[in-house]
Design a protein around this ligand. Structure first.
Ligand SMILES: [Zn+2]
Length: 366
């Protein structure tokens, strides 16, 4: 584990550091199951297959119940899915998630941790013993389906069922380290997707880009000495979980394949889009990924209760375009975007819709 090296502060509570997190008022859940969400895709030029954006979602993700006033709550799914469904211009391809297998989980986590997570949850614990992640009896099924949903997305982009995919999954994943979940995360969904793509679809290099306001310490740890997966993150610093310094750049075979861009609270378009343009794009062009994965946390949006960044929906459109350009250049356009944080229901719905509209090639705003 690289925790000591990274000056890890995972013992501190996510919620405690979140300040006013517990003050968020509940927005009534719309609690509508999705349906009728399989669309054929946009009109294509003659002879050209239609451009298709996929969506991974299951109501099982709402069975991961975190308790009253917890910011990472089931209503987050409804907020996004209802907003996407209400957008009649969006034509999305529904991709059914399947549970990840034990072998797929332990490609990124230790067998010991998988046992611990399973034991904690099935024994009725309300928190993972490895970190600050609230769980309930259905959390294992949700977490396995969250990880597996990203694998369904990977298959979809490699089997030409979709050009790109957004995964509305929870629990989120980027804080989950090899040997322990923390920070609302059980299994590292994005990391598991990267490993699966390498194994199943025989690719070499994967780029994971993390625009969540928090540093994805778990993803960094998993690939820190790897070299075949490049991890790029913009995040608030100082902030939970305390990792992600600019001088954390990887080790051994992974030296140079971690690129952290920490910014103070108040950072927005200038800093974040600047980092993507000036640092990520040249690094990605040198790395030449065959798959692009986004750890899409929308708690970096203005007004989020757990973050101090001020990105707007227009900025998320721009970040998405940059990711699509990288993918077009190197990865056959393949982008798998995986939901991480985002705790203002209204902000989450709005930013995620801007993101998905851009993935789907919609040029105009909301
Ligand atoms: Zn976050």
């Amino acid at each position: 584990m690289n925790e000591a090296r990274h000056g890890h502060a995972g013992r501190r509570s996510f919620l405690k550091l979140a300040g006013g997190a517990c003050m968020i008022s509940f927005v009534p859940s719309l609690l509508r199951a999705i349906g009728g969400f399989a669309f054929a895709g946009d009109e294509a030029a003659p002879g050209k297959p239609p451009f298709r954006t996929g969506i991974v979602y299951s109501p099982v993700y709402k069975k991961h119940i975190t308790g009253i006033r917890h910011p990472e709550r089931p209503e987050r799914c409804d907020a996004i899915m209802n907003a996407l469904e209400a957008d009649k211009q969006l034509r999305l391809e529904k991709i059914e998630p399947r549970p990840a297998t034990d072998a797929e989980i332990i490609a990124c986590h230790t067998e010991g941790y998988l046992d611990v997570a399973r034991r904690d949850i099935t024994s009725g614990a309300t928190n993972l013993s490895t970190g600050d992640t609230t769980v309930c009896k259905d959390s294992l099924a949700a977490a396995l389906l969250a990880a597996g949903g990203t694998l369904s997305a990977v298959d979809a982009v490699f089997e030409s069922k979709a050009n790109n995919v957004f995964c509305v999954v929870r629990p989120p994943g980027h804080h989950a380290r090899p040997a322990g979940g923390m920070g609302f995360c059980v299994f590292n969904n994005a990391a598991i997707a990267a490993r699966y793509a390498q194994k199943k679809h025989k690719i070499g290099k994967v780029l994971i880009v993390d625009w969540d306001v928090h540093h994805g310490n778990g993803t960094q740890d998993i690939f820190y000495e790897d070299g075949s997966v490049f991890y790029f993150s913009t995040h608030q610093s100082p902030w939970y979980p305390g990792t992600g310094r600019a001088d954390e750049t990887g080790a051994g075979k992974g030296k140079g394949s971690t690129l952290n861009c920490p910014f103070s609270a108040g950072a927005g378009e200038k800093e974040i889009i600047g980092a993507f343009t000036d640092k990520l794009v040249p690094a990605a062009n040198a790395f030449k990924p065959e798959l692009v994965i986004i750890s899409a946390g929308f708690d970096s949006r203005i007004g989020d209760p757990l973050g101090g960044f001020v990105l707007t929906d227009a900025d998320f459109r721009e970040l998405t375009k940059i990711m699509m350009t990288i993918a077009d250049e190197h990865a056959g356009g393949r982008v798998v975007s995986v939901l991480e944080g985002g705790y203002s229901l209204q902000g989450l719905a709005s930013a995620a819709t801007a993101h998905v509209r851009t993935l789907a090639g919609k040029k105009k705003g909301l």
